[in-house]
Design a binder for this molecule. Structure first.
Ligand code: ZN
Ligand code: ZN
Length: 396
């Protein structure tokens, strides 16, 4: 029998977590020595620049108003730059009439650029480039747009998509004769741009179960890839697997066990994203606000965020918040302070594939000793609505 229930997952990276008080930023002053704090962001979003159905400014507004601090609008094989006009007819086919109506109502006729519509010329709306719209929607210490792209490639007849965050210029997909080669080629292209430009750029592999394209062995094999989407909010990406494919969390566990246990390589870190496309339509479509990544950094700048991600001072969530994460390296203890929610109870499980680890706690602050690094382990939080009849067991 099916029980109606909600499930929220949170995955924490077990690397280089260090103490840091959450100190609210002062909106009026640039602090000379700001303390690390948590910033909430989404690193995977689509707009009208590719196959999303809203204007970038409108999407940015949605995230800003929903307590996000950073947003990467990552359209397919394009960085929103230069001049781009979209036919009104195309816009209406994709988003109905409401996209333009809402855009005009929110930002006004002076901001919205239109042309044509007379003498037989098709009416067109201009899609603003990031260099123009970011000044409208950003706010120092409160909301940041990070230039990004979804490198949308394929190999062996399956999709291979990677997000490049904080890029300078667009990166065209490089392909490969195998899935692993395509991943490695595109990761290398991102790294080359980072070196050439001197920018902090981060690449992560997207939705491995989309088209059941990428196996745990593929994920493990390309060790230059350090981040992947352990959660993607798009309903079409087979997040939970199916009768013959494992779910994405299980892919992560297997991949990290191979990396740490067999290859002697660093583990993959998990990121949660929305992969949002649909800002008007059905509640079950690719809507915003489903999965996010919390990053602990001193500054709300792309460089500070990317460096924090690299050192693993982050966690991925589809519903749970942590007030703090502390790792005592000397004693080997990890402590999580889970933000209380009166409508939810929490179960914290430490999951992995090593032989000698087994711990579960049902408290709001959990302390447990992670295993020795022969394999890989990670805490997962499962929060269930108080009305549900029990927490959902993880599928392993
Ligand atoms: Zn994709
Ligand atoms: Zn996408």
């Amino acid at each position: 029998m099916l029980i109606r229930r909600r499930r929220f997952n949170l995955c924490v990276c077990l690397a280089c977590l260090f103490p840091g008080e959450v100190v609210p930023a002062d909106a009026d002053e640039i602090a000379s020595e700001p303390q690390p704090r948590w910033w909430k962001g989404n690193l995977h979003t689509h707009s009208l620049w590719s196959d999303g159905n809203d204007f970038p400014e409108m999407i940015a507004e949605w995230y800003r108003k929903h307590d996000y601090h950073f947003l990467a609008i990552s359209d397919h094989n394009v960085l929103s730059e230069g001049s781009r006009w979209m036919k009104l007819e195309t816009l209406t086919q994709r988003a109905g009439t409401q996209a333009l109506e809402k855009y005009l109502a929110r930002f006004g006729a002076d901001w919205v650029e239109r042309r044509g519509g007379t003498d037989g010329a098709a009416e067109e709306i201009r899609l603003k480039p990031i260099s123009e719209y970011r000044a409208l929607v950003e706010e120092r210490g409160a909301f940041l747009i990070v230039p990004s792209e979804e490198i949308s490639d394929q190999a062996e007849h399956v999709p291979v998509h990677l997000n490049a965050t904080n890029i300078e210029t667009v990166i065209q997909p490089l392909g490969g004769t195998t899935v692993r080669e395509a991943i490695a080629n595109n990761v290398r292209a991102v790294e080359e741009q980072a070196r050439r430009s001197g920018r902090e750029i981060i690449v992560h592999l997207n939705h491995p179960n989309f088209g059941f394209a990428i196996t745990a062995e593929d994920l493990a094999a390309v060790v230059s890839e350090r981040f992947f989407e352990v959660y993607n909010g798009h309903p079409g990406v087979n997040q939970l697997g199916d009768a013959s494919h494992v779910n994405v969390e299980r892919l992560w566990d297997v991949a990290n066990t191979i990396r740490v246990g067999q290859l002697g390589a660093a583990p993959l870190y998990g990121i949660a994203t929305d992969d949002s496309h649909d800002y008007h339509q059905h509640p079950k479509s690719a809507r915003p606000g489903r999965g996010w990544t919390m990053v602990r950094a001193t500054h709300l700048t792309p460089e500070s965020l990317v460096r924090a991600l690299r050192r693993g001072d982050m966690y991925a969530s589809s519903g749970v918040y942590l007030d703090d994460v502390r790792y005592d390296a000397e004693r080997g203890y990890l402590e999580l302070d889970i933000r209380p929610d009166e409508n939810a109870t929490y179960t914290t499980q430490f999951l992995g594939t090593t032989d000698d680890y087994d711990a579960a706690r049902r408290r709001q602050t959990t302390r447990a000793k992670p295993c020795e690094p022969r394999g890989a382990t990670r805490p997962t939080l499962v929060a269930c609505s108080a009305k549900s009849k029990g927490c959902i067991p993880r599928i392993n």
